[in-house]
Ligand binder design. Structure first.
Ligand code: ZN
Ligand code: ZN
Length: 300
């Protein structure tokens, strides 16, 4: 199991706790050892419960881009590819604490309260925070990528100069981020100013929404952060051959013909692709957004 991080507050966890003792929660991990166990992502709870009540033997779910086969008879994960094969359990919400349940979908329960995803303006980019991310120690909130860029540049917290822990960017897992998060309108307006008028805009007002994905260094795919993605899509729609984006302070070329993301002078290219938003759930190795693992969904 991947190491958990604990930034951002998991709002719905508080809600699930309040709903009384009658509710069942599906958890995975090993309740008997110190590392504890996690609740399955809320997007999966009903799916697993329904399969269980229908007395199905197995049930498939995608967990951060890996397909898990849940063996509902022997109560364990049983896919051929997985190494860990965690136990699974159906428990009452009141039992979670006793069973050393420490978080949701790999992300630890937040210790602090009062944080919620909001329209707060990020002090770095002056747009509403995209993938709002809180430095646990000082409590200041910024866009995930604004904060990461700041970290890479060797600066502290943009507001108070306090330390930004490296662990925030080490294979981050967030259970509080919606994968389908949209680009802030403010940025879309800036983008239109930068790129000039789009002659075919009216034609595509009602057309389907698309996501741009990049291949992870390890395995699977991530969606670009919504602002970078918006800029890429606008260039694509204007039929430009390529465009340049800055990600974490690095200038990269998005090459539409080759479907790659390239850094000048570097041989290694990342593959990229454009998929319809409605096809997200067919892409079983899609892990999350902007390098943050977020995506869990039922398969069958
Ligand atoms: Zn920002
Ligand atoms: Zn701060």
């Amino acid at each position: 199991m991947a190491p958990a991080t604990s930034f951002g507050k998991i709002e719905w966890f508080q809600t699930s706790k309040k709903e009384g003792n009658s509710r069942f929660i599906w958890i995975y991990g090993n309740p008997t050892i110190k590392s504890g166990c996690y609740e399955f992502h809320p997007d999966l709870q009903d799916h697993i419960e329904e399969a269980y009540l229908a007395e199905k033997k197995t049930c498939k779910v995608s967990v951060f881009g890996t397909v898990w086969t849940l063996d509902l008879k022997n109560m364990k994960e049983s896919s051929k590819t997985s190494k860990a094969k965690p136990e699974i359990r159906r428990v009452r919400t009141s039992q979670l604490k006793k069973l050393k349940c420490i978080g949701v979908a790999g992300a630890k329960y937040a210790k602090t309260s009062g944080f919620q995803q909001s329209d707060d303006i990020c002090a770095v980019c002056y747009d509403p925070s995209t993938i709002p991310t809180r430095i646990e120690k000082c409590g200041h909130i910024f866009c995930f990528l604004c904060l990461k860029t700041n970290y890479i540049l060797g600066n502290g917290c943009p507001t108070c100069r306090g330390a930004i822990p490296y662990s925030m960017f080490q294979k981050p897992i967030r259970a509080d981020i919606d994968f389908h998060i949209e680009c802030p309108l403010e940025y879309a307006v800036d983008c239109a100013k930068m790129l000039g008028p789009d002659p075919k805009k009216s034609e595509r007002e009602s057309s389907e929404k698309y996501y741009w994905l990049y291949q992870s260094n390890h395995s699977g795919w991530f969606r670009y952060d919504p602002k970078t993605e918006y800029f890429i899509e606008e260039n694509f729609k204007r039929k430009n051959k390529s465009c340049e984006v800055y990600i974490c302070g690095l200038k990269m070329t998005i090459n539409f013909k080759r479907s790659t993301q390239e850094i000048q002078g570097k041989i290694r290219k990342r593959k990229i692709k454009r998929i319809a938003a409605s096809d997200v759930y067919k892409q079983h190795d899609l892990k999350g957004i902007a390098g943050i693992r977020t995506l869990n969904y039922p398969i069958s």
